[in-house]
Design a protein around this ligand. Structure first.
Ligand SMILES: *[C@@H]1O[C@H](CO)[C@@H](O)[C@H](O)[C@H]1NC(C)=O
Ligand SMILES: *[C@@H]1O[C@H](CO)[C@@H](O)[C@H](O)[C@H]1NC(C)=O
Ligand SMILES: *[C@@H]1O[C@H](CO)[C@@H](O)[C@H](O)[C@H]1NC(C)=O
Ligand SMILES: *[C@@H]1O[C@H](CO)[C@@H](O)[C@H](O)[C@H]1NC(C)=O
Ligand SMILES: *[C@@H]1O[C@H](CO)[C@@H](O)[C@H](O)[C@H]1NC(C)=O
Ligand SMILES: *[C@@H]1O[C@H](CO)[C@@H](O)[C@H](O)[C@H]1NC(C)=O
Length: 433
């Protein structure tokens, strides 16, 4: 199309020339309006212009990609006297079953319930095998895979039987055996973990690995965070009951928005020892303005992100739960079953001991969630993360086995803060924004 013999291009050029000559910015005027300038000089200014536009464009793209991908930086906050932190959860595991007298009673019950044809001793050996192995030693199940040892339970009954056979803090005794900070009362339910049956103290996300919630996505209303401020003395004590065996107790403190996994470091409370420890916390929290950003922008994930399914197997997201899903995928791929302690979908059978023996061949792939054929989804970190480091204060022999921990209040906290906001993209000083 043309008008007055001019092509569209001519019109654009003319109007550009016009606007450039009006604009007094950056040497544009020199190029187009001042006829006195030499050709060389005009070429020089044109090169400068092209360079500037390139830099500006590059910078714009850079800012934009920072906004979409790295809108968040981590800053340090030292105003600790203002913080209200959550008291951690603890996963506590026993190294032995209930005392034999109680197990015998259980055995008699199971013999009729599940039609078990075994001697008590054989069954006891079987229960110990079932309860205390993990990814690092599933190869010990070889005799079961070879048919040299017999399985007495169906995989669907593992949890129910282990729950009854393992030590726990009897409901009526909780108050005297575990003391929470600030005299709070909390339930301490059984929890199934990658190292077997344990109990969980002050559970939040872990609740989905307790028998009651294992097959349910219901919300758990009993959880009320125990808040800590710099003024509180966060003392947590655990007394081993006299009805327990002589085995060790293992414990791991973690954030309440996380569950324990096999790679986590466990501390040991030996029998007949009074142990006094101190925990120091490294805490990362997400500031309010970061919470509403996309997962990619904040580079971390909340337990619940609006309009996004948390995980296939759990109604909440956490970094370790995401790893569990990867391990389940690897287990399904190679052995066509998943261990009893993972929440499952209808398509995922529970491994019997032969299945767990199969998993031992993929030990490092499972532990490090790194398999050459199974592609797992990326697992972003939790937006709020805490790591608890333990220091021994005192360890003495004693008739009463006790653990006393204090949780030191941190004096520095890492805050995920927003560096770029949408406003920064258009520039804060624009008069019309
Ligand atoms: C993160 O932790 C802070 C401090 O404990 C808390 O105020 C905030 O609600 C937490 N955010 C999430 C998403 O849990
Ligand atoms: C119980 O097990 C025995 C052998 O293991 C079998 O002969 C019997 O039929 C079983 N009884 C029931 C009720 O399943
Ligand atoms: C796995 O089990 C073995 C023996 O039962 C134990 O020594 C080891 O500490 C366990 N691994 C973890 C990570 O708990
Ligand atoms: C975890 O705690 C938060 C409050 O801090 C609560 O809203 C949420 O429902 C709890 N989740 C579970 C599974 O207990
Ligand atoms: C274990 O599971 C596999 C696969 O489901 C099955 O073929 C096998 O018979 C089971 N072994 C025992 C001892 O139940
Ligand atoms: C994953 O495993 C492969 C070998 O199978 C190894 O080369 C690679 O370094 C591992 N990656 C990580 C992150 O461990």
């Amino acid at each position: 199309m043309s008008r007055n013999g001019h092509s569209n291009w001519e019109i654009i050029k003319k109007s550009l020339k016009n606007s450039f000559s009006i604009l007094s910015v950056s040497g544009l005027g020199y190029i187009y309006s001042d006829a006195q300038r030499s050709l060389l000089e005009r070429i020089f200014w044109k090169i400068i212009m092209v360079m500037m536009i390139t830099v500006a464009t590059w910078h714009g793209i850079h800012v934009y990609s920072h906004y979409t991908e790295r809108a968040v930086i981590v800053t340090l906050d030292k105003a600790y006297f203002n913080w209200k932190l959550h008291f951690p959860s603890a996963t506590i595991c026993f190294a032995d079953l209930k005392v034999n007298r109680e197990l015998k009673k259980l055995f008699d019950k199971l013999v009729t319930k599940f039609n078990i044809s075994a001697e008590f001793d054989e069954f006891l050996q079987y229960l110990n095998d079932l309860a205390f192995k993990n990814y690092t030693n599933y190869e010990d199940y070889k005799p079961y895979a070879d048919g040299l040892k017999l399985e007495y339970l169906e995989p669907k009954h593992y949890m129910e039987v282990l729950d009854e056979a393992m030590l726990s803090f009897d409901e009526s005794l909780i108050k005297s055996s575990i003391n929470f900070p600030l005299r709070e009362f909390r339930p301490t339910p059984r929890v199934f973990t990658e190292i077997g049956p344990c109990i969980v103290v002050n559970p939040n996300i872990s609740i989905y690995y307790t028998p009651k919630y294992f097959n349910s996505d219901d919300t758990y209303n009993l959880y009320k965070p125990i808040y800590l401020t710099a003024d509180d003395i966060a003392l947590f004590t655990l007394k081993k009951l006299h009805s327990f065996n002589n085995g060790n107790i293992y414990f791991h403190f973690h954030a309440s928005n996380e569950v324990m996994e096999i790679m986590d470091r466990k501390e040991v409370l030996p029998h007949g020892v009074e142990l006094n420890v101190r925990y120091e916390a490294d805490i990362v929290i997400a500031s309010e303005e970061v919470v509403s950003l996309s997962i990619k922008q904040k580079n971390c994930r909340l337990p619940y992100e609006p309009s996004k399914k948390p995980l296939e197997h759990s109604p909440f997201y956490s970094y370790n739960l995401c790893k569990f899903e990867c391990r389940m995928k690897i287990a399904m791929k190679h052995c066509k079953c998943t261990p009893y302690y993972y929440r499952r979908t209808a398509k995922e059978p529970i491994c019997n001991l032969t299945g767990l023996y199969c998993l031992s061949k993929y030990k490092s792939q499972l532990i490090y969630t790194n398999d050459s054929v199974v592609r797992c989804a990326d697992c972003p970190q939790n937006c709020n993360t805490s790591i608890y480091r333990m220091y021994k204060v005192k360890e003495i022999e004693s008739l009463q086995t006790t653990l006393t921990t204090t949780v030191a209040f941190p004096t520095t906290i890492f805050v995920r803060s927003q560096m770029f906001s949408r406003i920064d993209l258009v520039g804060k000083k624009l008069p019309f924004s």
